[in-house]
Design a protein around this ligand. Structure first.
Ligand SMILES: Nc1ncnc2c1ncn2[C@@H]1O[C@H](COP(=O)(O)OP(=O)(O)OP(=O)(O)O)[C@@H](O)[C@H]1O
Ligand SMILES: O=C(O)[C@@H](O)C(=O)CO
Length: 414
């Protein structure tokens, strides 16, 4: 293994795994740090290993512990460079976890300067003058200000990161980035001892940043930061083969993002759906057995969703508390996913990073093979050793037809 990635959520892990796979790297995605049995399997015989954690919203101390364990394992597999994959919308709170984890990894790896860039232009995330944009709007006006767990209310990611770390935070402006890898390298040398936020508005900017990152032990960013990295290892783009699975299918959505809510309303017009309410879950009125029976009896792949608008989410959080509401839904999806697979479901499309973490833990998957792209940032995945194909969609990714597209790709393969 040459390149190791630690992803702070599951959809983010498959996002960067797709980026590396399309750039030609034989890539495996692991659920947590592999055990010694998994580590002796074929998954480790690859160019890039992506460890999926569910650490984005954990207390910083736990996120650090898990990330250091992941880094130690990746280094033990021969990785020369570690990427800490964070969200392209820099999802975090003032307590972390992007700053604390980056700092702990840098100190463990002996890295003096860390490049930080969440840009992912193909999905509309760009960084300019240290400010993060989603499409044409600043981050704090993009809908991310209403996120149930990590509301992003400050678009200046230099300030956001400064609140999370004791390291100085510096900035490498676009005028330097567009001059190419050599200028970026000079700027990095002038910023030694800091976390350097880099502006990037195009893939070319990210390719130059990737080139400038050659030989560095650690970089932190969205999946875009990986665009230029495989070339540093002499790897060129090519397609890997992948076979789809045609069995029973379901769509599970716990994401409350604007894009997901659009996809939910679109899919509900064509397929059977069930809404899961937080108050029903907390009240103990939701039966997993009944949901499974209902799902299996549908002809079209049905949708089970808790995705709600910001006002509903805020009312529920005021009534039950933010963490209690989130964990009630996540535990429900954990149990439901396990029961659905037990009942023979073979294709699952999931919307939302935390939700994906719950589903993947519920089905006890340990390693994924990376299939073709469904949408930018979302690959088809197959679970090693099980007849099960998954799509793990980040909240804000994918067009209105995403659920149909995903079900189709999971069945048809490449
Ligand atoms: N109706 C609801 N009320 C309150 N919280 C909810 C509701 N539905 C889901 N949640 C919680 O909101 C969170 C949504 O996070 P999740 O990461 O799954 O989606 P996302 O943030 O849109 O996706 P991503 O992290 O990929 O951008 C989860 O913790 C989920 O349990
Ligand atoms: O970078 C992104 O936006 C995604 O991969 C993600 O991490 C969302 O949870």
């Amino acid at each position: 293994m040459k390149l190791g990635v630690i992803a702070d959520d599951f959809t983010g892990a498959s996002d960067i795994a797709l980026m590396l796979s399309e750039a030609g790297m034989q890539t495996a995605q692991f659920v947590g740090v592999p055990s010694s049995t998994e580590a002796s399997g074929s998954g480790t015989n690859c160019d890039a290993g992506v460890i999926s954690l569910k650490s984005r919203t954990e207390p910083a101390v736990d996120a650090i512990r898990q990330s250091l364990a992941a880094s130690d394992w990746l280094l033990s597999q021969g990785c020369e460079q570690i990427v800490f994959k964070v969200c392209s919308t820099f999802d975090s709170t003032d307590e972390g976890n992007i700053g604390p984890v980056t700092q702990a990894l840098a100190e463990r790896l002996g890295e003096q300067t860390v490049l930080v860039c969440p840009a992912f232009p193909e999905n509309g995330r760009t960084v300019y003058q240290g400010h993060l944009f989603v499409g044409e709007t600043l981050l704090n006006e993009s809908g991310m200000q209403n996120h149930p767990l990590t509301p992003m209310r400050d678009p200046d990611i230099r300030r956001v990161l400064s609140r999370q770390t004791t390291w100085p935070v510096s900035h490498i402006a676009h005028r330097t980035v567009r001059q190419g890898a050599e200028s970026i390298g000079d700027a990095i040398n002038a910023k030694t001892g800091s976390m350097a936020i880099l502006d990037a508005i195009t893939d070319e900017d990210l390719i130059a940043i990737g080139k400038a990152a050659a030989g560095r032990r650690l970089v932190t960013g969205g999946s875009g930061i990986a665009i230029g990295l495989p070339a540093n290892f002499g790897i060129t783009p090519h397609q890997h083969s992948w076979t789809g699975i045609g069995g029973k299918a379901v769509v599970l959505s716990g994401s409350c993002s604007t894009a997901t809510r659009g996809q939910v309303s679109h899919y509900r017009q064509k397929a059977p759906s069930r809404e899961i309410m937080v108050e029903d879950v907390i009240g103990g009125w939701v039966s997993i057995d009944e949901l499974v029976e209902w799902t299996i009896s549908q002809d079209e792949p049905p949708l089970l969703f808790s995705s709600a608008d910001p006002e509903t989410v805020s009312q529920v959080q005021q009534r039950f508390g933010r963490d209690k509401s989130a964990s009630a839904i996540e535990n429900l999806f954990y149990d439901l996913a396990a029961a659905l697979v037990g009942a023979g479901v073979e294709r699952i499309v999931v919307a939302g990073g935390e939700t994906s973490g719950a589903v993947v833990s519920g089905i006890k998957a340990s390693t994924f093979e990376i299939g073709p792209r469904i949408a930018p940032g979302v690959p088809a995945l197959s679970v090693a050793g099980q007849p099960l194909a998954l799509a793990l969609k980040s909240g804000n990714f994918g067009g209105p037809n995403f659920f149909e597209d995903a079900l189709h790709v999971l069945r048809a393969g490449s």
